[in-house]
Write a protein that binds this ligand. Structure first.
Ligand code: NAD
Length: 257
């Protein structure tokens, strides 16, 4: 499968799943645009490393996905968008009656509304070339719920719905839109929670992973960023040309329970 000549924009891709997806798309030959809200040397260095390793064009564009104007400017500044991966996301865990309003607003803006804005600007570009792939990184929480994650679960269910509507509005135009629903993935964000959880429950690392983190993931194994990147590459392939408006779970069986 070669994605040579295609430009992929991946939001929130200076770490974790977004970076993993960007690397796998580049491995498949796509030129990539990395993004986050920071503008550090190491952000730009990530793009240079990908360019050197996979011999593709790669650059980093700063844009804050909580801001409508910056979401739209990201796509415009990239200049081309054959593949759009809406991945940027944050989390906050708190009961509904105590949930801070600013956290609710930020989660809905970054995890859901940003995808509306980027999609709106990318679609006319994709229609011009008659080819496009939109991959929304949802979550097992786009299909099922957990307590204390109201904003996250609402945003992730929302992005599954947005994916279906986008698919219907682009059907028959060479464009597909789907949502990937990961279970627990061992990103730097998740890794950083392990030491505190070990202390909190007086458990060793293995117990924390199996009994706390992967409690709802029957495989008792994390999904990896490479597996998620591979799933995104598959959705960009010709084999997936008729897969649109659906979800693909990469969750070790979580949503089969
Ligand atoms: P992460 O924190 O490593 O990555 C989040 C990315 O979003 C980072 O690059 C961060 O810089 C970026 N980001 C945050 N706020 C932003 C903003 N305002 N503007 C632009 N970029 C911003 O976490 P991750 O685990 O890789 O999460 C990536 C996506 O995968 C998220 O949408 C998350 O909900 C989803 N997800 C993660 C897991 C998991 O277990 N790690 C499971 C299911 C879904």
């Amino acid at each position: 499968m070669s994605l040579k000549g295609k430009t992929a924009i991946i939001t929130g891709s200076n770490s974790g799943i977004g970076l993993g997806v960007a690397r796998e798309l580049a491995r498949a030959g796509a030129d990539v645009v990395l993004n986050s809200f920071t503008d550090r040397d190491e952000d730009h260095a990530l793009a240079q490393e990908i360019a050197a390793e996979f011999r593709v064009a790669a650059r980093y564009i700063r844009a804050d996905m909580s801001r409508a104007d910056q979401c739209r400017a990201l796509i415009e500044q990239a200049g081309a968008c054959d593949i759009l991966v809406n991945n940027a996301g944050i989390q906050h865990v708190c009961p509904i009656d105590e949930f801070p309003i600013d956290k609710w607003d930020a989660i809905i803006a970054i995890n859901l509304t940003s995808a509306f804005h980027t999609t709106a600007v990318a679609l006319p570009m994709m229609r011009k070339t008659g080819w496009g792939r939109i991959v929304n990184i949802a979550s097992a929480h786009g299909l099922t719920a957990s307590p204390y994650k109201s904003a996250y679960v609402a945003a992730k269910h929302g992005i599954v719905g947005l994916s279906k509507t986008t698919a219907l509005e682009t059907a028959g135009q060479g464009i597909t839109c789907n949502a990937i629903c990961p279970g627990y993935v061992l990103t730097p964000l998740v890794e950083a929670q392990i030491p505190d959880t070990m202390k909190k429950y007086d458990m060793d690392r293995d117990e924390v992973i199996r009994k706390v983190m992967l409690e709802r993931q029957p495989s008792k194994e994390f999904a990896t960023v490479e597996q998620l990147g591979g799933t995104a590459v598959f959705l960009c392939s010709d084999a997936a040309a008729q897969i649109t408006g659906t979800t693909i779970s990469v969750d070790g069986g979580w949503t089969a329970l």
